[in-house]
Write a protein that binds this ligand. Structure first.
Ligand SMILES: Nc1nc2c(ncn2[C@@H]2O[C@H](COP(=O)(O)OP(=O)(O)OP(=O)(O)O)[C@@H](O)[C@H]2O)c(=O)[nH]1
Length: 375
């Protein structure tokens, strides 16, 4: 089970416990009714019956609480145990109604309150079955009362109460069904919104990627390079330098003209891959334009910068590209420079560019270091 699953499960368990505790208020009301009717001599049963009702109530609720706290309820098909809790509460209420005499009429509404606990959990069918069960329990009173009490209530009154309860529960069922529909619609709307939110997030990510990277090579684009390089320049501490290299593929026009633009694109993509694989994660590599690339290595001196560029140059010069003849080798030239704290980026790029021209003039497939790097 993932951490998210565990968190969700814990959240639902908390909700179930909250609902259970709320139901205890209902029980409390029935205990208060039993005790007060008994105190006022209105309770038609014995003390033992009154006590047994309260004890059964405490006992059954203790079992539910234990199941919830020990997470054993999670093993059930319905971990909320809604039907079981409704059945127990309905039976206990019926047991109480036998003995509360005149209060019976008003206390029948508690059946509806018990059913309300199932409004979000029970299916429409289960809700109707639970309502039917409540009616059957109350109906059984009409049959059993003459056997249980010496002075049973008049049958006509009992039948009328049963009929009123049936009407009331039918209304509650309809109302709960309406609430459930409303909730389902809200849930659907919420789900749709969530899907839209995910899509938007994805699109934002794509837009960001489009705005910051070069579509062909996947490297950073020129604008993002400037932003990030400027930021890194401000982080340079006195005495430290960053290495800057402008890299240009040699005779690239020839590749395009002879073997086609598609092959040229593949060479550009391969260069990006080779260069990225030859560098560390935090080295900044960007496509500067056309077949020109720019590299910034944080905390590098001339030697380190030279080593990095040489690594790329040699690997690139040894690579065979699909679409080019077997013995055709592409090469690159590079101009190197160093950046120190307080330096102007565009000025250093211009110097690296000049060094690149020098490398081209020196026969290509090599790198040159700007004199300014030694200053
Ligand atoms: N396939 C492809 N070619 C590109 C792309 N961007 C620029 N180019 C080509 O790169 C070539 C650059 O040519 P030049 O600037 O003459 O340079 P070069 O042929 O590499 O010569 P030197 O730099 O002097 O070695 C041009 O033909 C551009 O069309 C691209 O995205 N894909």
């Amino acid at each position: 089970m993932t951490d998210t699953d565990t968190a969700t499960q814990a959240k639902f368990q908390r909700l179930r416990l909250q609902r259970f505790l709320m139901a205890q208020l209902n029980y409390l009301i029935t205990y208060v009714v039993i005790i007060t009717t008994w105190l006022f001599g209105e309770y038609h049963g014995t003390e033992l019956q009154a006590l047994s009702h309260i004890l059964i109530g405490f006992g059954t609720q203790a079992v539910f609480l234990w199941l919830l706290i020990s997470n054993l309820n999670l093993k059930f098909r319905d971990p909320s145990m809604t039907v079981a809790q409704i059945v127990v509460a309905t039976l206990l209420l019926t047991y109480m109604l036998v003995y509360v005499g005149e209060l019976r009429g008003s206390m029948t509404t508690v059946y509806a309150i018990i059913l309300l606990f199932g409004v979000f959990q029970l299916s429409r069918r289960a809700f109707v079955v639970c309502s039917g069960f409540a009616l059957a329990c109350f109906g059984s009173l009409i049959i059993l009362e003459p056997m249980l009490l010496p002075e049973p209530a008049p049958v006509n009154r009992m039948l009328l109460q049963w009929f009123l309860l049936a009407c009331f529960l039918a209304w509650v069922s309809m109302f709960c069904s309406y609430i459930r529909d409303l909730r389902e619609r809200l849930q659907m709307r919420h789900n749709t919104l969530q899907v839209h939110q995910e899509t938007l997030k994805g699109m934002m990510g794509q837009l960001e990627s489009l705005a910051t990277t070069d579509g062909l090579t996947g490297l950073l684009n020129r604008r993002t390079f400037y932003q990030e390089a400027d930021r890194r320049l401000t982080l340079l501490t006195p005495g430290k330098t960053a290495g800057l290299a402008v890299i240009d593929l040699d005779h690239f026009k020839q590749v395009n003209d002879t073997y086609g633009h598609d092959v040229g694109d593949k060479v550009l993509k391969s260069f990006a891959q080779i260069a990225r694989e030859s560098l560390r994660e935090d080295d900044l590599l960007a496509r500067f334009g056309g077949e020109e690339f720019i590299l910034l290595i944080h905390h590098a001196d001339v030697d380190l910068l030279n080593q990095c560029v040489e690594r790329i140059r040699q690997r690139f010069a040894q690579t065979r590209f699909a679409g080019l003849p077997e013995d055709y080798r592409c090469t690159l030239s590079a101009g190197l420079s160093l950046l120190g704290p307080g330096d102007r980026l565009d000025e250093r790029i211009r110097q690296a560019d000049q060094a690149l021209y020098a490398a081209k003039a020196a026969g290509r497939n090599c790198s040159q270091i700007s004199d300014a790097a030694y200053a």
